[in-house]
Design a protein around this ligand. Structure first.
Ligand code: ADP
Ligand code: ZN
Length: 730
């Protein structure tokens, strides 16, 4: 930091706060001055709010009326690159800066002064009388070098009562110190337990290590079938990052995966890394936030919001399962974590590894265009081989109504049962049945607040709206014609499939894996472990099982409805189905036993189904890319969605039409505006949603034009507008 970055007492500073204001506020620097980037507490009306000293003040108010900053917080100031990152994300996603700051300070208690606690480390003294218990305490402290422990940690690890430790403190053998409560994480050791890599893997690891050593930005697309050792390979890049004294971030799409992953990282580096996601306690969040800022956390394993932690020296970002759609979700700020990871890395000179068995078309195209480096692992580790893929043509299967497991699939499961191997029946639908229909009048039960059908969940004994979460008991009579006892389930859900499997195989042990059947991430993890250890013969699961879990005994995957994702008009449907089917099939045969994947389909000649079966990935991407290029949509063109919502349907359409009529700023950059039309989900929680889609050339300055276009309108009443750059569906 140079002198320009310091503001002496009384100098004017512009402070960005987390309050929804459209400008930064001027304050006087406090006694002792403050640095640019300092986290401060400032008065705002009668309140005290959190802010960051962003720049020199504007001084367009009467100086004597400007209030001073209350105090500077005892946390590391926000670094230049972080301020730059927040500004760039704000520009890209058209998100106001106060919302960006909120995203970057999601650690409660940030403004509390540090509290103290006692820690224990090895002292100089000799014990007056040696006992086994005392010896164990000294040994534990010696073994971990200079590390300090809390009283509980130390007594637990040494297997003694806390009074033994206290006794040693009196004699000076153990030293007791006061330290801030937020303690650093244990050090991770890059040399702790490296694996012998296969030739294929070693080449990949070398390339990634060299990239990390360069200390410059660069992105590598690491492609490899499930089980090929992508994780092993990118952990070597993490090791290199540790050797260089830089921090590493690994993003995972699903919290349920982190526990298994943490164990793996611990096995590789000897200690647990920091873990950041919505399930982490508030105290722990504050600790991680501070330690990441001070360099006391070397590796963070986290969900997408971990991108906004205040890294001191970030050298590597891994985005695992980079194609996963959950990297883009609406939590106030609409951003795609994969894309923002690349942005963040390019600002701070870090490497990015995008890992996937089935990359997104975006990343595939970037690699083809030479923007990303390409690395490929072609074979599975050890004896494991890719499953054989086959279609079951449902048009010729002899199957009674309301049954979904075809005779061919049944035979395949029988064979596995005889051999003591596991089968997975996959259906991407939660609940019992997707539709509940009245057989007297044809009425389908829908949600009162959303444009969605209510899904019967027998397990919960209720109807559930998958849009808004609203539930209600199954009615006795039809809400429309009031005839009793005529409501019937239509179509299969995971629970109904389980019922069918139970009838077919009463002796078999069934396990149903669906997110809503587990109360917590821990329960889910236990369920998964039980299955992995052989505690089930047949697994019935939703999308949840497609992601990353390792089931060594699993040799058969039966996809109940391979056509499911191909309906609808979404241009990404083919890509999604291709990825999902390949991921699910990849669950089979991950150890030495050969696997098989059977896809039940009514359209075996559909090009996407054919591509899945033949495994012709390159051919699939090429065809898909041609279609998107032709249509001028991402990744070959730019798109943005404008979503308007209001409880009043007339109001949203009126504003939508007004926007469409005044699309001058968009036309000026050669963009086309489509709509307004009902959004993909036309009503959520009682709000009607209307969408306008914007399509432009890849090089068009779409953000500036959007800001100008939307900026012409003042939002009245209860109407909301949000901009979605690079929408997931189009
Ligand atoms: P991917 O991330 O590509 O799905 P993983 O890295 O999870 O693959 O590897 C699959 C399995 O094979 C894991 O259990 C992993 O520990 C094991 N494995 C992969 N490579 C090696 C290796 N070189 N030595 C030992 N085990 C390996
Ligand atoms: Zn609803």
């Amino acid at each position: 930091m140079d002198e320009q970055d310091f503001f002496g007492e009384g100098e004017l500073v512009a402070v960005l706060t987390t309050q929804p204001l459209d400008r930064k506020l001027d304050y006087k620097a406090p006694e002792g001055g403050c640095f640019r980037g300092a986290f401060v507490e400032v008065p705002l009306g009668p309140r005290k709010v959190l802010g960051v000293v962003w720049a020199k003040g504007r001084g367009d108010f009467d100086y004597s009326k400007v209030r001073p900053v209350n105090r500077v917080l005892e946390v590391a100031p926000m670094r230049d690159e972080m301020r730059g990152f927040l500004e760039r994300v704000s520009e890209y996603t058209l998100t106001p800066m106060h919302a960006m700051l909120r995203l970057a300070t999601r650690a409660p208690g940030l403004s509390d002064p540090p509290s103290m606690r006692k820690i224990y480390r090895l002292g100089e003294g000799e014990p007056s009388r040696q006992t086994d218990a005392r010896k164990r305490v000294v040994e534990t402290l010696t073994e971990y070098g200079g590390l300090a422990f809390t009283l509980k940690e130390l007594s637990d690890m040494a297997g003694v009562t806390s009074s033994v430790v206290k006794g040693l403190v009196k004699q000076g053998v153990v030293r007791e110190e006061d330290t801030p409560r937020d303690v650093p994480f244990f050090r991770l050791d890059p040399e702790h337990a490296g694996k012998d890599l296969t030739a294929d893997q070693a080449v990949g690891a070398d390339a990634l290590r060299a990239g990390v050593r360069s200390g410059k930005y660069g992105t590598t697309l690491l492609r490899g079938v499930t089980g090929s050792g992508k994780t092993e390979v990118y952990l070597e890049a993490v090791a290199e990052c540790l050797r260089m004294g830089r921090q590493a971030l690994v993003l995972l799409p699903e919290i349920a995966l982190t526990a298994e992953f943490l164990t793996r990282v611990e096995a590789r580096f000897g200690s647990k890394p920091a873990e950041w996601h919505s399930g982490v306690t508030m105290t722990e969040r504050r600790r991680i936030w501070k330690m990441v800022g001070q360099g006391g956390a070397q590796v963070v394993i986290g969900a997408r919001s971990a991108l906004f932690l205040p890294y001191q020296n970030l050298g590597l970002i891994v985005v695992d399962e980079e194609h996963d759609t959950s990297y883009k979700q609406d939590d106030g700020v609409l951003y795609n974590a994969r894309d923002m990871a690349v942005l963040r890395a390019s600002i701070c000179g870090a490497r990015v590894v995008l890992a996937s068995a089935t990359p997104s078309l975006e990343s595939w195209a970037n690699a083809e265009a030479g923007k990303y480096e390409k690395l490929e692992l072609t074979s599975r580790f050890g004896e494991a081989v890719l499953p054989e893929m086959k279609a079951i043509d449902m048009r010729v299967e002899d199957l009674p109504g309301s049954c979904w497991i075809s005779p061919s699939l049944q035979r395949a499961v029988n064979t596995r049962l005889e051999k003591g191997e596991q089968s997975l029946l996959f259906i991407n639908r939660r609940g019992y049945a997707p539709v509940t229909i009245c057989r007297a009048c044809g009425h389908q039960i829908g949600c009162d607040h959303c444009d969605a059908r209510m899904v019967e969940h027998r397990f919960l004994k209720r109807l559930v709206c998958h849009q808004c979460g609203e539930t209600k008991p199954m009615p006795e009579e039809c809400p429309s014609c009031h005839v009793e006892g005529k409501l019937a389930p239509v179509g299969p859900g995971v629970e109904r499939l389980a019922e069918e499997a139970e009838t077919l195989w009463p002796e078999a042990r069934l396990a149903v894996l669906s997110s809503d059947l587990f109360g917590s991430a821990r329960a889910l993890k236990e369920g998964i472990n039980t299955i992995a250890e052989g505690g089930a013969d047949i697994i019935i699961g939703t999308q949840l099982v497609a992601k990353g879990h390792n089931f060594p005994l699993l040799t058969l995957v039966g996809v109940i409805d391979a056509d499911l994702g191909l309906q609808g008009s979404d241009l990404r449907a083919a890509e999604r189905t291709f990825q999902l089917m390949r991921q699910v099939a990849g669950r089979a045969g991950r150890s030495e036993k050969k696997g098989q994947a059977l896809l039940q389909t009514f359209q075996p000649e559909h090009p996407v189904i054919r591509a899945i079966l033949s495994g012709d990935e390159l051919g699939f991407w090429k065809t898909e890319a041609d279609e998107r290029r032709h249509a001028g949509v991402p990744p070959f063109g730019r798109m943005a969605g404008i979503i308007l919502s209001s409880p009043d349907v007339q109001q949203v359409f009126d504003l939508g039409n007004a926007l469409a009529r005044s699309d001058g700023p968009m036309r000026a950059i050669g963009a086309q505006v489509f709509g307004p039309a009902p959004a993909p989900i036309a009503r959520v929680r009682g709000r009607h949603r209307v969408r306008l889609l914007v399509k432009a050339e890849k090089s068009a300055p779409i953000q500036a034009a959007l800001a100008q276009w939307v900026g012409q309108f003042k939002l009245k009443g209860d109407i909301r507008l949000s901009v979605d750059i690079d929408p997931q569906s189009f």
